[in-house]
Design a protein around this ligand. Structure first.
Ligand SMILES: [Zn+2]
Length: 175
């Protein structure tokens, strides 16, 4: 049995974008994120987070800092009755030329293999064109670019849909 998934980027989609965010007291959820996630769960989607965290390789924060923030964030989701199925992160810098840093699709392939995901029924929501490209390379055509994070070039986007924030995705994702 294959599952369908909503893939979420973290910074700019789940929380307000801050360069190299790694402190809990700097982390601010995007308004409506929990409602949106509850809605996806009601449609039987499993939520997976895929996030580039090159700050680790750049020495700006440690893997342990990242894990601490992640555990806290997952706790906040749990308190709101939201289960995050899995979270994948790429710690590498662009110069490492790894396969997992978006726009490469490595994290999506890891998720697909681990959780038996039907990519054709899944969605990606990101705030960068790299999120859209990575998803497309992994066979996800349902893509949403949001304006709540990095500045986006709407005319040069391959995203299927562009929205102000994840809140409006409830109007798009219906089944
Ligand atoms: Zn990587």
């Amino acid at each position: 049995m294959l599952i369908k998934s909503i893939f979420l980027d973290r910074d700019g989609v789940i929380n307000k974008e801050l360069d190299y965010l790694h402190k809990i007291d700097m982390f601010e959820f995007i308004e409506g994120i929990f409602d949106a996630c509850k809605y996806y769960q009601s449609l039987k989607y499993k939520i997976i987070i895929v996030t580039n965290q090159s700050g680790i390789s750049r020495g700006l924060y440690t893997e342990s800092d990242y894990q601490k923030l992640t555990q806290w964030m997952l706790g906040q989701f749990r308190r709101n009755n939201i289960k995050i199925l899995d979270i994948f992160h790429c710690p590498h810098s662009p110069s490492a030329r790894c396969g997992c840093r978006k726009p490469n699709p490595g994290m999506f392939f890891q998720a697909e293999a681990k959780h038996n995901i039907d990519m054709t029924k899944s969605w990606m929501i990101g705030d960068k064109e790299a999120d859209i490209k990575a998803a497309n390379l992994a066979g996800i055509n349902n893509t949403i670019l949001v304006r709540s994070g990095h500045k986006i070039e709407e005319n040069n986007s391959n995203a299927m849909i562009i929205l102000d924030s994840i809140v409006q995705s409830k109007e798009i994702i219906k089944t």
